[in-house]
Design a protein around this ligand. Structure first.
Ligand SMILES: Cc1cc2ncn([C@H]3O[C@H](COP(=O)(O)O)[C@@H](O)[C@H]3O)c2cc1C
Ligand SMILES: O=C(O)c1cccnc1
Length: 403
């Protein structure tokens, strides 16, 4: 079996017994039951992921920034020159980007992985050169990747996740760098959700109205070329999804057994074909990174719209992988909201960020860590001598415990 199939086979369901223990512990901690809201649900899910309660603290954490270039850049979809991808890689390595500042703030390690930067890069501290190709092909003219390239990039993502976990990291964060990658993200999101290009294509790094309209046309052209445009999306302005594509939300914990479907309603029997047709090498690697983290039963905190698009690929390959995923933040890109809804994930922070690099995931990391720390450190009513809701003195069996 190939590493991809092996990894998917290793991804199991959440451990129900550990989740029951976490729910019980949460109910006995010195706070009103349910008062930590989403963080309580997250702590229960992470107990299920680890298979024990309390689960290990999600630290140390590592962000992997997958960098690659995009042939579709030639269509004029980004205001920035392609060279900025490699220049920003150099900036990451020098510690000068926003991702470096946010990583330093939370003590996360930064690793940059070249999976497809057009410029030749040399190995350097903090950089893994695992280049599959010097960028993708222009998806409006040909499949962005060959099937073999897509699989190689996926395997690289799986391997990087495995290496970071082997080095002792207990929380993985996704990062990306690739000029024009919001166009490829929009195409993946439209293909996997069945939504029309105008609903999921945003302004990326900042484009005017005319360029935005052109970017939507580019996404539509690519999807049409590869037979991935939803039936319901064929009329511009029609924002409906096809019934099968809209489907039930897959849901992080309940995602198992709910396959994604093609825009025309048929099951996505080959998500890798969709990925190769309109994705980026960093999307492929990120999908592998998510699968690798899920197989290692380590939480994977997703950044914005690029990670979300990659998560759609991972979910189509293995719905259960979403149980390991935490949506770090809600990106300002419209396609991201559609994506998290499709995946049943709830973004932890919502700050109108539209940067990428891993910045939104890093801002969410203390929330993920705090959710677990509560299970380790907060006293129970009994141990702290605090009366519970029934008013029973501590140490005695309370009415509510008998009922
Ligand atoms: C200086 C700079 C730093 C960035 N850091 C992340 N991105 C982000 O913007 C790019 C995608 O936007 P679009 O599709 O509009 O080109 C990606 O590289 C993404 O990581 C950056 C973009 C720029 C220009
Ligand atoms: O929100 C994002 O993830 C994003 C938006 C614009 C450019 N790069 C990333």
């Amino acid at each position: 079996m190939d590493l991809i199939e092996q990894t998917i086979a290793a991804i199991g369901p959440l451990d129900e017994a550990a989740m029951a223990q976490a729910r019980d512990l949460q109910s006995r901690l010195t706070k009103p039951p349910g008062s930590l809201g989403v963080l309580e649900e997250l702590s229960v899910r992470l107990a299920g992921l680890a298979g024990r309660c309390p689960p290990p603290l999600p630290e140390p954490a590592a962000v992997a920034i997958f960098a690659a270039d995009h042939g579709v850049h030639a269509q004029g979809v980004s205001p920035w020159p392609q060279e900025v991808t490699a220049q920003m890689v150099a900036n990451f390595l020098a510690g000068g980007a926003v991702v470096n500042a946010f990583a330093a703030q939370v003590g996360a390690q930064v690793t940059v992985v070249d999976v497809g930067v057009a410029a030749p890069l040399e190995d350097a501290p903090g950089l893994l050169v695992r280049k599959v190709a010097p960028g993708t092909a222009d998806m409006t003219r040909a499949p962005a990747m060959t099937a073999d390239q897509a699989r190689r990039a996926l395997r690289i993502g799986i391997e990087v996740a495995g290496e970071l976990v082997a080095a002792g990291h207990r929380c993985l964060l996704t990062g990306d760098m690739g000029i024009a990658n919001t166009t490829a993200s929009a195409a993946l999101i439209a293909a996997f959700t069945g939504l029309p290009p105008e609903r999921v294509t945003g302004r990326g790094t900042g484009i005017d109205d005319a360029t935005h309209r052109h970017k939507i046309d580019v996404v539509r052209t690519a999807l049409t070329r590869h037979g991935l445009l939803a039936q319901s999306a064929r009329e511009p302005g029609d924002g409906r999804t096809s019934p099968a594509a809209a489907g039930p939300p897959q849901g992080a914990a309940a995602s198992a057994g709910s396959p994604a479907s093609t825009p025309d309603g048929a099951p996505v029997s080959d998500p890798l074909r969709v990925l190769a047709a309109v994705g980026g090498l960093e999307h492929a690697a990120l999908a592998g990174f998510i699968l690798g983290g899920a197989a290692a039963r380590v939480p994977v905190v997703l950044d914005g719209v690029i990670a979300g698009a990659a998560a759609l690929v991972a979910a189509a390959l293995c719905p259960q992988a979403m149980a390991a995923c935490v949506a770090g933040h809600r990106s300002a890109e419209p396609g991201h909201t559609a994506t998290v809804e499709h995946l049943g994930l709830r973004p932890l922070v919502d700050l109108h960020l539209r940067l990428g690099e891993g910045t939104g995931a890093l801002l969410a990391l203390p929330l993920v860590q705090g959710a677990v720390r509560v299970l380790h450190e907060v006293a129970t009513f009994d141990s702290a001598g605090v009366s519970d809701k029934s008013g029973s003195p501590p140490g005695r069996v309370s009415r509510s415990a008998i009922d």
